[in-house]
Design a protein around this ligand. Structure first.
Ligand code: DP6
Length: 322
């Protein structure tokens, strides 16, 4: 087969990936844990076609910019012979690309699964998650279903992702408070390269193993209080590293702080709710499903919140009929 299509969900990390031990292979400094977001989807088709002069990449119906197109071509070069067959890649997101949702996670998960199928590689889930990792680290975690752990290793073979619980294990909901739709000033790839310039990165990495154990245990026992404590602590540690790297990276906006403060208040009043933020100002408000309808309204009413997206736990990246 020379054509294949895959659908992937982006994921939100509870224990974060920030900094690489090997940036080319995207071997992360520490392991991470996330959940896939069912309501958000990237659908990507790949067609290898010898009659094409060069790769073409369409994102949401628009030709990709040169940097994006180059990143896709570099990824496809991992699969084909040097000077091999060009490909036509078409990818669409059902969520706003500028909304600061980690679209590189679903983008490279879908691309890895579609491209390896189209070229005829029989990779298993572990192989696909390793392959996706080469495109974008967080994409490794979008390959398996549900709640997922990505392992850190010094070796390419050892750094893959695996499901720790299926989507139906725990009905968590991510209510995303969109604070800005502007493109982020410093993308994650550049940010990872700066992590080591912060004096706090070594301490963050040293404690990651313990936080991974704590987060895994909280998920397995569906203990929201335990989960909230470790998720917020890990988010604060990553942002502390960002704010103290050289140059410093500041992703929070006033609206982000408004949401964070409100979430802490709601939790104090007994709600099962906590937050995390990636490399951007939008706040992912995590809650049990029973809180989610009320939360969507409460979050949308906070000053500085442009809009709200909501999603439960999603499945694996899957091939679909083109
Ligand atoms: C803050 O996976 O986007 O979202 O490997 O360079 O594509 P690249 O980086 P990326 O980094 C994600 C960083 C994060 C935390 C996380 O998702 O774990």
């Amino acid at each position: 087969m020379t054509t294949a299509t895959a659908i992937a969900h982006p994921n939100i990390a509870f224990i974060k990936y920030w900094g690489n031990r090997n940036p080319v292979l995207r071997l992360p400094e520490n392991g991470s844990i996330s959940m896939n977001l069912a309501a958000l989807r990237t659908q990507t088709s790949v067609r290898f076609d010898a009659s094409l002069k060069a790769d073409s990449v369409l994102l949401n119906g628009v030709e990709a910019n040169p940097a994006q197109a180059q990143r896709v071509s570099n990824f496809l070069d991992l699969l084909r012979e040097p000077g091999g067959t060009p490909a036509a890649v078409e990818s669409t997101n059902n969520f706003p690309s500028g909304a600061g949702i980690a679209s590189s996670s679903s983008a490279f998960a879908a691309l890895a699964v579609a491209a390896s199928q189209a070229i005829g590689f029989g990779l298993d889930e572990r192989g696909l998650s390793r392959l996706a990792r080469w495109g974008s680290g967080s994409a490794s975690r979008s390959v398996p279903p549900g709640f997922v752990e990505w392992f850190a290793s010094d070796m390419d073979e050892g750094s893959f992702s695996k499901s720790i619980a299926p989507p139906e294990h725990w009905d968590l909901v991510d209510t995303i408070a969109v604070i800005s739709e502007a493109h982020k000033a410093t993308g994650s790839t550049e940010g990872h390269a700066l992590a080591g310039t912060s004096p706090l990165q070594a301490a963050r990495v040293a404690g990651a193993g313990q936080r991974l154990d704590e987060c895994r245990a909280a998920i397995m026992s569906r203990d929201f209080e335990r989960f909230a404590a470790v998720v917020e602590a890990d988010c604060h540690l990553m942002h502390a590293v960002m704010m103290t790297s050289k140059p410093a990276l500041h992703y929070w906006l006033p609206g982000s702080l408004v949401v964070m403060e409100a979430v802490r208040g709601w939790r104090q009043q007994g709600s099962e709710v906590c937050y995390t933020l990636d490399a951007g100002p939008n706040v992912h408000v995590l809650s049990s499903a029973k809180e989610s309808a009320k939360l969507a309204k409460q979050v949308a009413e906070l000053p500085g919140v442009l809009r709200v997206l909501q999603s439960g736990v999603g499945g694996a990246t899957q091939l679909v009929n083109s």
